[in-house]
Design a protein around this ligand. Structure first.
Ligand SMILES: [Zn+2]
Length: 430
């Protein structure tokens, strides 16, 4: 593959590191981070001592899988037991320049000097000097508003601190100031565009918006297509985790997966065992910030399910890519060693036109997991047709989820109740 590297395409040199250089870089930063946190954050020291792990033993990303995962619920508990920061702060408190508050509550101290890396995501999305951007993330309490504002400034763009809501003032501002960029959630941009149309505006004629940057919500492919084709707004998305200080994976102009930032070690793991999984395997996203000297959190379990690919990307960035968010660990069931996630299953199954509703039921017979797919169809179908549908669906399901459906059950329309779970685990462990 020939990649034409123009320096203007990249925010920093880390984005194009070779695999060897990246491995060395992350391992060194990681080992330093673990030692620093052990020395300065009592919560990390307790956790590693309890697990019998000497910090010097964590020398590479592979070594990290022995460390227990800390989840949001653990953080809330630890902060209650040991207020206000739960023993995770690694600098003297008077050096903290901001404290954000996430639901829980979780108090997150942030030292903003030198956290320029979020800007990479906006830079890859095309934000530059001359852009005028409305940032519609809230500036109260949570980090998104302020951190994204500063990242936009780091790219040279002018940022307008709109915050969330105030749709009509926002519309007027976008028109009056000839705003070129939107930062927020996809659903809010859709609300804004629709409201502007109701007010009699023609978006392509009256507005100058040419790019949008999203996080916090899945960007549905159909919505993306509508932004890009109907409104001529180029869209990019990023994956952000509040508890670890912001955006950690971002789309490049290829818009085919989100490149991981080198300021974090991101693992995809089996949420039960904590073991790292390989490319294409679905597991939980676990994050360790390796550039944050304030907040000593090691292996934060996000509860989000995803997978990654490490094939080369035509954009020239060399980091692996997250393939998107597939759902939450709570909506995932492990079947014969592979995670089946409700939202991913839904995308596959409802992609087959005849299907109106479905339910996956997992049972076990003599230690073997069995998966049954119950289907309601939009209209009556003959046996032949059902068999063909089952075969095609199973082929696609196996390709993507890497596990086969054992049995299909075709139900009459309306058999599944109004409200029901898409995946039901009926396994009995004797
Ligand atoms: Zn790329």
């Amino acid at each position: 593959m020939v990649v034409n590297l123009k320096t203007d395409d990249f925010f920093d040199e880390l984005e194009t590191m070779s695999a060897d250089a990246r491995n060395k870089y992350s391992s060194q930063k990681l080992s330093r981070t673990v030692r620093h946190a052990y020395r300065h954050a009592p919560a990390v020291r307790n956790m590693l001592d309890k697990a019998g792990i000497k910090p010097a033993r964590i020398r590479s990303v592979t070594d990290l899988q022995t460390v227990p995962i800390t989840r949001k619920t653990d953080l809330i508990e630890l902060q209650k037991e040991n207020p206000p920061f739960g023993g995770f702060v690694t600098i003297p408190p008077e050096q903290i320049d901001r404290i954000f508050i996430s639901p829980g509550p979780i108090y997150e101290p942030v030292q903003t000097a030198g956290i320029k890396w979020f800007a990479k995501s906006f830079y890859a999305a095309g934000f530059r000097k001359g852009d005028i951007v409305v940032n519609t993330f809230t500036y109260h309490m949570s980090p998104a508003g302020m951190l994204f504002h500063e990242a936009l400034r780091d790219c040279g763009a002018t940022a307008i601190p709109m915050g969330f809501g105030n749709t009509e003032i926002l519309i007027q501002t976008m028109r009056d100031l000839k705003v070129t960029g939107f930062v927020g959630t996809p659903s809010f941009l859709l609300t804004v565009l629709k409201r502007a149309e109701e007010l009699g505006h023609d978006i392509r004629r009256d507005f100058a918006v040419k790019r949008a940057w999203f996080t916090g919500e899945m960007l549905a492919p159909s919505l993306r297509e509508s932004f890009e084709n109907d409104y001529r707004i180029s869209t990019s998305q990023a994956y952000a985790v509040t508890e670890t200080g912001g955006a950690l994976a971002y789309e490049c102009p290829e818009k085919s997966g989100m490149h991981l930032m080198d300021e974090y070690v991101v693992e995809i793991v089996d949420p039960e065992s904590g073991k790292q999984l390989g490319p294409g395997e679905v597991g939980e996203i676990v994050v360790t910030p390796i550039h944050n000297k304030t907040w000593g959190i090691i292996r934060f379990g996000t509860g989000d399910m995803s997978s990654y690919i490490n094939e080369p990307c035509p954009c020239g960035r060399t980091a692996s890519r997250l393939t998107g968010l597939l759902g939450r660990t709570a909506d995932a069931v492990k079947v014969r060693g592979m995670f089946v996630v409700a939202r991913q299953a839904e995308q596959i199954i409802l992609g087959f036109e005849p299907v109106s509703r479905f339910q996956i039921v997992v049972t076990n017979k003599e230690q073997r997991d069995e998966m049954t797919l119950k289907l309601e169809l939009k209209s009556e179908a003959g046996e032949e047709e059902k068999k063909r549908l089952a075969d095609n669906l199973n082929g696609k399901f196996r390709d993507i989820c890497r596990v086969r459906i054992d049995e299909f059950a075709f139900l009459d329309q309306g058999t599944l109740p109004e409200k029901y779970s898409k995946i039901v685990d009926q396994r009995v462990w004797k």
